[in-house]
Design a protein around this ligand. Structure first.
Ligand SMILES: CC(=O)CC(=O)O
Length: 647
């Protein structure tokens, strides 16, 4: 495996990082990350307590950092049981005085609020929530695009101790009701008209349908216009609440703050309840130490308001960064072609220091031959980051060729369930081609083989063996605690099994190969899907691909479905070229047994490939959670796949 170094931290800059300071304050040199990490998981009470102080958390820490329950090593652990704090207070305390938040959209509009203006907005809406009868622990829901108003609903809810939950406006009514319908919100904030990719969509009837099916709803607040067309009582955003003081409810560390959703293979999406202190501490650690976020930085992560990356980037305010929100498509269709510039224009115009994107976005830029570094002045950019799925080695090369040599790059990996990451970047480490940089501090990450033995340099199951503060409090609803334990601790009691197939390397870097429930098993050898995607990406004839296993007598064959570029054909020569390259760059075991051209690849609403849905439907099984797919219709083609002749 080629792990060539693509970037190294500058020696002087390295000493200025918070991670270097934190290491030194705790007795470790800047080159002793492995020891620092070992300490952080060997003595989690000391590590998280030092982190609380280092991050300057406002609130009462209490005298106990970690209460352990030997009978329930992970699920019974309680961090800071005596603490009192408020997340909104902590995020707003360090908000940039001049420009706390900037909102940009695909039409080129811009709006910015100072810290005082943002606080005033949060105070107004918090007062509105209180007047609507919302008390600590009540749920407040949002179906809003990534604009300042959405941020205000989040901060106002957290300020009064309510639990904030959201769905992106592009979800259908059934998908939204499957999610926020579960948690009975008292107030719903929604926008009735949204614009994406140049198309303006009227959501009035969708919002009315959703509101009508939540019996507990006390108030529907409409952002923008639309109240007149709504066939149920609603209040306009501007009229909600009243100016006044901003008070913060002191909360226990484990009091809930957010509910997020992930869809499993059966039943309704899991409604994951997250802990106030755990989320705050975890995210501040990730931004301060791993992301090197400093006061005055500007952070834009391209996300909708429901993906965990939204909550993640919002927390960068707590390090003094200006939050830059972007509403719209990151790549626009113009004059029969693609306009790839919006996010890079934002970097240049706003002096963005941290930009978050996804591998899918990188693939499109690469396909388009776009070179952001040649088109824009990106000198402000210190860190480019990516999440959502594995970043291929070629994409690492592309970044250091087409974006520039100067930014650090971090492919980060974790999940909605932990509101954080197991693997992160580091301002103290080189960036190596195709590798996630380090195990996150405080996270006892390991990879276990089929025997349950920890392994290095070989793929296995990604686990976490020690408690961490951002473990979910529970799943919402009856039997939630049992469902939570079953989801992550059924395979290994009191060891978190995340469901990722990964390799930890001896140099401390890591690779994620894909979801372990989608791991391929031809001839009994476990293979990650990412390796095959990395090869497919090199073919200009392919715009996307999907890989899954199909049972054949006594074995499993690898099925590769390819989405072809315009004017491309899946010819025997192309199929042969794909197979040869997979054999050469991966192994003979990776070579697909069957290759099909398909019209579309099933994706979640958050843009992740859904291999499991294709695998199930090809096997004649029922596909659960169709509502979580952005393009469930495309599965009809997969249902008939086995009747076609494959190449
Ligand atoms: C950080 C992540 O890994 C986010 C995700 O689950 O998509």
């Amino acid at each position: 495996m080629d792990r060539s170094v693509l970037w190294r931290p500058d020696a002087a800059a390295l000493r200025e990082t918070a991670l270097a300071r934190f290491a030194q304050e705790n007795g470790f040199g800047v080159a002793e990350y492995e020891s620092l990490h070992a300490w952080s998981i060997a003595d989690p009470a000391a590590f998280w307590s030092r982190l609380w102080d280092f991050a300057g958390i406002k609130g009462e820490k209490g005298s106990v950092a970690l209460h352990r329950d030997p009978a329930a090593w992970m699920t019974g652990a309680r961090f800071f049981p005596e603490a009192r704090l408020n997340m909104a207070e902590n995020l707003l305390a360090r908000a940039d005085a001049a420009q706390a938040v900037i909102e940009l959209d695909e039409s080129g509009n811009r709006r910015a609020l100072s810290a005082d203006q943002l606080r005033a907005e949060v105070a107004r809406v918090a007062r509105g929530l209180r007047a609507a009868g919302v008390v600590k622990g009540d749920r407040v829901a949002a179906i809003l695009p990534n604009r300042i108003d959405c941020l205000v609903t989040l901060l106002a809810s957290l300020a009064i101790g309510a639990v904030w939950t959201s769905c992106s406006p592009d979800f259908g009514a059934a998908a939204i009701l499957d999610r926020i319908g579960q948690v009975q919100p008292k107030v719903l904030f929604a926008q009735t008209r949204v614009t994406y990719g140049g198309k303006s969509v009227d959501l009035t009837s969708r919002i009315a349908e959703i509101a009508g099916q939540i019996p507990e709803l006390g108030a529907l607040v409409l952002v923008g216009s639309g109240a007149e067309a709504m066939d149920r009582p609603s209040i306009l955003w501007e009229a909600f609440g009243s100016p006044g003081a901003l008070d913060f409810a002191p909360l226990a560390f484990d009091d809930p703050c957010y509910i997020l959703y992930t869809s499993g293979t059966t039943g309704a999406p899991k409604a994951i309840v997250h802990r106030t202190g755990g989320v705050l501490l975890q995210k501040l650690k990730e931004h301060l130490l791993h992301g090197d976020v400093r006061p005055g930085d500007r952070f834009l992560w391209y996300t909708n308001t429901a993906w965990m990356m939204y909550h993640w980037v919002v927390a960068s305010m707590g390090c003094g960064a200006t939050l830059v929100l972007y509403d719209g498509a990151p790549i626009l269709k113009r004059d029969g072609g693609y306009e790839c510039g919006p996010l890079w224009r934002a970097v240049e115009a706003e002096g963005i220091t941290h930009l978050g994107i996804s591998p899918k976005y990188l693939s499109t830029l690469m396909e388009q031959g776009y070179r952001p570094g040649a088109e824009h002045d990106l000198s402000s950019l210190r860190w480019l980051m990516s999440a959502g799925s594995p970043v291929s080695p070629d994409q690492y090369d592309w970044i250091y060729d087409a974006v520039g040599k100067h930014p650090g790059f971090a492919s980060i990996s974790g999940g909605t369930e932990i509101m954080g990451c197991f693997l992160l970047g580091s301002p103290l480490h080189p960036v190596k081609r195709g590798q996630l940089t380090v195990k996150a501090l405080g996270m006892a990450v390991n990879v276990l083989d089929e025997r349950g033995a920890p392994v290095r340099g070989r793929p296995g199951e990604l686990v976490c063996t020690e408690p961490f503060p951002s473990m979910p409090a529970t799943f919402w609803g009856e039997g939630g605690a049992a469902r939570y334990r079953k989801s992550y601790f059924a395979d290994r009691p009191e060891i978190w099994t995340h469901g990722d197939h990964a390799t930890l390397n001896i140099d401390g870097t890591a690779v994620i190969h894909g979801r372990s429930d989608c791991t391929l098993n031809p001839g009994g050898v476990r293979i990650g899907t990412a390796d095959i995607y990395n090869v497919c990406q090199k073919f200009p004839e392919l715009t996307d691909a999907l890989v899954f296993g199909r049972a054949v007598p006594g074995d499993e064959e690898i099925v590769l479905c390819v989405k072809l570029a315009e004017a491309a054909d899946l010819t025997p020569d192309l199929a042969q070229a794909i197979r040869s390259r997979v054999r050469a760059e991966c192994s003979p075991r990776h070579v697909p047994g069957a290759i099909y051209a398909v019209a579309d690849i099933p994706m979640t609403v958050n843009g992740k490939r859904v291999e499991g849905a294709a695998r199930s439907i090809v096997a004649g099984q029922v596909v659960a959670n169709l509502a979580s797919l952005a393009n469930a219709d495309c599965l009809a083609e997969y249902a008939a796949l086995s009747e076609r002749t494959a190449l």
